[in-house]
Design a protein around this ligand. Structure first.
Ligand code: SF4
Length: 331
């Protein structure tokens, strides 16, 4: 059964910081905070439309949930609790330095099932340059505390930040694998107008790496995480006209995940083709759900093979090929 989130945004609520890249009101395209009655109304409406609630979570995103002042935190949790008891539970996101046993007790008492930590980087120099206000060690400590309390753990990382390099982002992914969360979200940095990163970009002090390289790097991270059995539940910010309007640099693309998956396929198709004797045409079988990823946006992967080595590739669907695998077929 497919997982569903009933998303309730609490933009910047409780957050004691202003990270270099953050503008939650633009990212969530919402300016005001919900009250308890809004939470109940949103849940009521969503529940009336979802048949089986087993894999549904009520998700508070967009702020530092555990740093929200207690009265408002309890207002939100109490409103969600009766609904949470009827579905998988409540999912929240927060900062690593806002987690301790006391707050986790409160969350558990209100049916919170999963905690996602905004990590962004596990390189202290990158965290400092981007004004995160916490260290890599605090991520490890918070992750351990969430695990000890028996909650699902999610980590969010942001490759391409100011001061980050392909190597430091790769090391962050390696450390994430070592922490071994249940889920990961990868949000390559999007530089928004009016943020500190926006100013650094405009002054020329910050020059993000090329887009195509970032696609390949994130594709490699996705492979690495998948090899470790870690679910990558989101790649790239959700498509939003507000973000598209405010983005002045970085890696916003409405189908960033699709681009990365096509990059994974290109690499695997290349490995499969190179194992065989040279030929002018090749037929490759992939799982039927993967045909568009193998072909690539605007047939980019097929054009790549033709332009670089003169091979015409035909992609066919075959339910016997596991997702993300490639098999050579006789022409
Ligand atoms: S901790 Fe989260 S909500 Fe707060 S400024 Fe940073 S990114 Fe934004």
């Amino acid at each position: 059964m497919k997982h569903k989130n009933i998303a309730i945004f609490v933009p910047h609520a409780g957050c004691p910081h202003k990270c270099s890249f953050c503008d939650q009101n633009t990212i969530t395209s919402q300016g005001s905070l919900p009250r308890g009655e809004d939470v109940a109304r949103i849940c009521e409406q969503a529940f009336s439309q979802i048949g089986d609630l087993t894999e549904t979570e009520i998700a508070f995103f967009g702020g530092s949930f555990t740093a929200i002042p207690k009265p408002y935190l309890l207002e939100l949790l109490s409103a969600a609790k009766p609904y949470a008891a009827r579905c998988k539970g409540i999912r929240i996101s927060t900062r690593p330095d806002c987690i301790d046993d006391g707050i986790l007790e409160i969350l558990k008492a209100h049916h919170v099932s999963a905690v996602e930590l905004g990590v962004q980087s596990l390189d202290d120099a990158v965290l400092l340059k981007n004004e995160r206000g916490h260290t890599a060690q605090e991520v490890w400590d918070a992750a351990g505390c969430i695990r000890k309390n028996g909650l699902e753990l999610g980590l969010q990382i942001m490759p391409g930040l100011y001061g980050a390099t392909p190597e430091s982002d790769f090391q962050t992914c390696k450390a994430v694998c070592a922490i071994h969360p249940d889920t990961v979200r990868i949000y390559p940095v999007v530089i928004l107008k009016g943020t500190h990163l926006g100013d650094l970009l405009e002054s020329g002090a910050y020059q993000p790496r090329p887009f195509s390289g970032m696609v390949r790097e994130v594709a490699a991270m996705m492979e690495q995480l998948a090899d470790e059995g870690i679910r990558v539940i989101k790649v790239g910010l959700h498509a939003s006209e507000f973000v598209a309007e405010q983005a002045i640099g970085g890696y916003y693309h409405p189908a960033f995940r699709e681009l990365c998956e096509s990059a994974v396929f290109r690499k695997r198709m290349e490995a499969a083709v190179l194992q065989e004797a040279p030929a002018k045409e090749r037929t490759l079988a992939v799982h039927p759900t993967c045909i568009s990823k193998a072909v690539g946006q605007k047939r980019a992967n097929l054009r790549y093979f033709y332009d670089t080595c003169g091979i015409r590739i035909k992609v066919i669907g075959d339910g016997n090929v596991p997702p993300f695998h490639v098999k050579i077929r006789e022409n």
